[in-house]
Design a protein around this ligand. Structure first.
Ligand code: HAM
Length: 422
């Protein structure tokens, strides 16, 4: 028989890891809801054209990383490589733009990118995504930044740092790109072939190159911060003023350009220790032209996406623990055919009353059942024996107190409800 393996770059999230996932998911949703975000669930796939147009045809995501396929009707579809384009498609398609603005939306779920797998980088990963649509106030940029910051801080992360930049807008960026290209033309012999190619396809991305030989050229490259128009410069200054006021540390990083084409003005990431090659636990920014580009009215927007696998890797690396998921507090043992029948009924009654029950299966001796109760870490063991049943009783062991007593079967549910329901 072949031994099947999960596809390269995917994860199985085993029961012992679910406590982390549950904790992080619940916390993220709570934070978002507290700030007025509403949940939006989207299809796992969209038309390929939406991502090509939204994210940009010259980006790595669209050029190399999308899982694109033709369905049986011949339509080209793509497993979502991010949420933002889909959120905006839904915002326009469902008329959310005619509701009172801004609209704040959050989404959570898997996204798919054909990347080279390594520590913290997968081909299917999970994002928690937040968008504020219809608002240009830098306070909206601040809000999504603070929400992710609070998320990490509450989850026990230390040594956090915002990386922050402004990438300008269609009014000021083209002139900067020309200056940047002019500078790179003088250094063509010193840069890698990829950067030489990027200069033609996606020039800002040269600033993100990791090749050692390109670093001195990047270090001396003209900075976009010196070429912002008045509107972008004011927006950026205001955002920084807010961050200073709230004492959230950030590093101005003129090399931070992000891998998706839609950004205007603010871009940011949060970097955290302990995640391997990929230090960014989230990334986001403003995209004031995207809604119009995708067929909606001119509408500003800003948002962020958090990679949940990286958060959990980081929590483990930093030794952050989470509460255990609740296991059934009651183990139900039984001896003899009559008691076995009764046990099925009692288990059902208890569960319907909201009490977690692990029912022993099969016909086994008491010793073996008690051993299992120990392994399941049950707090109470209820033992149904033929003789007690005949008297309408059950034996109840409190494993923490080390005590045992007989209880009328008719009172078992209410007795356990008082003690075993959180
Ligand atoms: P992104 O930076 O491409 O942004 O992804 C957001 C986060 O997802 C990253 O910071 C990282 O934590 C995680 N992530 C990305 N790729 C992988 C991967 N291959 N394996 C594991 N984790 C990964 C976006 O997707 C934008 N849509 C964010 C946004 C929302 N901008 C505005 N609104």
């Amino acid at each position: 028989m072949p031994r099947y393996q999960r596809p390269t770059g995917t994860l199985d999230i085993l029961p012992e890891d679910q406590a982390y996932w549950e904790h992080v998911r619940a916390h993220a949703c709570r934070l978002a809801q507290r700030a007025g975000f509403e949940r939006l669930d989207l299809p796992l796939f969209e038309t390929t054209e939406l991502f090509a147009r939204g994210i940009g045809t010259g980006t790595d995501v669209v050029e190399k990383e999308m899982y694109t396929f033709k369905d049986k009707g011949g339509d080209s579809l793509t497993l979502r490589p991010e949420f933002t384009a889909g959120v905006i498609r839904a915002y326009i398609e469902n008329g959310l733009h005619v509701r009172p603005q801004p609209v704040k939306l959050y989404s959570i779920g898997p996204v798919f990118r054909y990347e080279r797998p390594q520590a913290g980088r997968y081909r299917q990963h999970t994002q928690f995504n937040m968008e504020i649509l219809g608002e240009q106030d830098p306070a909206a940029d601040l809000e999504v930044m603070l929400l992710v910051w609070d998320l990490y801080a509450d989850l026990g992360f230390r040594d956090l740092a915002f990386q922050l930049n402004s990438t300008g807008c269609p009014r000021c960026r083209p002139a900067y790109v020309e200056v940047l290209k002019g500078y790179y033309q003088q250094h063509l012999a010193e840069i890698c072939p990829d950067c030489q190619r990027r200069l033609g396809t996606n020039p800002l991305r040269v600033l993100d190159c990791k090749v050692a030989g390109c670093q001195p050229v990047i270090a001396d490259a003209p900075r976009i911060g010196d070429h912002l128009c008045d509107e972008c410069a004011t927006h950026f200054a205001q955002l920084r003023e807010y961050l200073d006021l709230l004492q959230r540390p950030y590093t101005l990083n003129h090399r931070l350009v992000r891998g998706l084409d839609y950004y205007t003005k603010t871009v940011f990431e949060v970097w955290a220790a302990g995640i391997g090659a990929q230090a960014a636990v989230c990334g986001g920014g403003r995209y004031d032209g995207l809604i119009e580009l995708l067929g909606g009215p001119p509408t500003p927007g800003v948002g962020v996406a958090v990679g949940l696998e990286r958060i959990i890797l980081g929590m483990k690396a930093q030794g952050v623990s989470v509460p255990d998921l609740p296991a059934p507090p009651v183990f139900l043992a039984h001896l003899g055919p009559q008691a076995r029948l009764e046990a099925v009924r009692v288990a059902e009654d208890l569960r319907r009353a909201g009490i977690g029950v692990w029912l022993a299966f099969g016909e086994r001796g008491l010793k073996s059942q008690l051993r299992e109760a120990g392994k399941r870490a049950a707090r109470f063991v209820v033992i149904l024996g033929e003789e007690e049943l005949a008297r309408g009783l059950a034996t109840l062991r409190d494993m923490t107190a080390g005590e045992q007593q007989e209880i009328p079967l008719a009172e078992l549910t209410s007795w356990l409800q008082r003690r075993a329901v959180p």
